[in-house]
Design a protein around this ligand. Structure first.
Ligand code: AMP
Length: 225
């Protein structure tokens, strides 16, 4: 694993407080969608391990090839691979990090402690049937990665860049349920882990996106005081 200095960086050069944040929640909880709408406002760098893995797959790298079989089966990619990838990414990042889909196990959370100080963990609470329905109706832009839902958008191309919308290979019902089970077994213990450290804040992820966004923004403002 790569060695690097801890990313504490609680203050930017302008003296405003910056936060390092984790979005926790099952696949399909809306972590990426909420991240996309709050990152600008709080100058956060969005670190999505799922997006990073999909880029590696698209680029046909050895890492991508080995990760693909885990992803397509709805399983977690081995932690050593993930930590190396995240450490490499953080070597080019500044404080104000928004982790989405990482950490996913207590082992990863412990490894993250040596890399970055976390100010708040936001858990998006959404039950299984809701996430499965959301995952099965998810479409993503093949070029820019913007996420759509067939429940709210019936176009076949991205409104932003015009590229075709595609279904992620792991977004079928069987894999979605498998990913939810993996979440319950391996990732949900992080809820207790961060609660015991006084970092956990729960947000109802079944609310309309604008309300989820508003609740997360209010929470961040409270933390940044
Ligand atoms: P996501 O886009 O976050 O839903 O991630 C898609 C898939 O990538 C997951 O189902 C895992 O196979 C893999 N993955 C993403 N992040 C991690 C992680 N932190 N640890 C292990 N596997 C991951």
């Amino acid at each position: 694993m790569q060695e690097m200095a801890p990313n504490t960086g609680l203050y930017n050069p302008e003296g405003e407080q910056e936060m390092n944040v984790i979005f926790l929640g099952p696949p399909g909880a809306g972590k990426g969608t909420v991240a996309a709408v709050v990152k600008e406002e709080f100058s956060l760098e969005h670190i999505s391990t799922g997006d990073m893995l999909r880029s590696e797959i698209k680029a046909g790298t050895a890492l991508g090839l080995s990760a693909k079989e885990f992803i397509d089966a709805g399983k977690l990619v081995p932690t050593s691979v993930i930590i190396d990838m995240v450490a490499g990414r953080l070597a080019q990042a500044h404080a104000g990090l928004l982790f989405d889909g990482f950490p996913r196990t207590v082992e990863q959370a412990v490894a993250l402690e040596g890399i970055a100080d976390i100010d708040v963990v936001v858990e998006l609470d959404v039950p299984e049937d809701v996430v499965v329905e959301r995952i099965c109706s998810r479409r993503v832009c093949a070029e820019c990665g913007k996420v759509y839902s067939t429940l709210t958008y019936d176009g076949e191309t991205c409104e932003g860049c015009g590229a075709p919308l595609v279904v992620r290979a792991d977004d079928c019902e069987v894999t979605a349920r498998k990913r939810f089970t993996v979440y319950k077994e391996e990732t949900e213990p992080l809820s207790t882990y961060y609660e015991s450290r006084g970092l956990l804040k729960k947000v109802d992820g079944t609310l309309p996106m604008e309300e989820v966004r508003a609740n997360v923004v209010a929470l961040f403002k409270e933390i940044a005081k």
